[in-house]
Design a protein around this ligand. Structure first.
Ligand code: ZN
Ligand code: ZN
Length: 101
């Protein structure tokens, strides 16, 4: 279940809402450069694409591989920080205002 975050940028003052975490439909890794998210489905139906092992590291590596490369050249990671979508600053304060699946 993902959290709905109210993101307030301390650098430019923009307020935004972003989803953080895995949804029922799949993982949502975030680009480590621009903060864009991409949905990676948990299972493509073939049964061959599941993460090996259950450790967070193994899952993150698998998700990054599935997500590929961002249009900005960055790499997707479930551990990438939340960024302001206006100025890309990571200097943001996040408040959880709910959850989504
Ligand atoms: Zn900003
Ligand atoms: Zn990017």
């Amino acid at each position: 279940m993902a959290q709905i975050l109210e993101v307030h940028c301390l650098a430019c003052g923009t307020d935004d809402h972003q989803l953080d975490g895995a949804l029922f439909a799949g993982y949502q890794p975030r680009c480590d450069r621009c903060g864009e998210t991409r949905l990676v489905e948990r299972d493509d139906g073939s049964g061959a694409a599941r993460p090996r092992g259950r450790s967070q590291h193994a899952v993150d590596a698998w998700v990054s591989e599935q997500a590929g490369t961002c249009t900005c050249g960055g790499r997707f990671s479930t551990a990438a920080p939340v960024r302001c979508q206006s100025c890309l600053s990571t200097d943001v304060s996040c408040t959880s205002i709910g959850s989504a699946d």
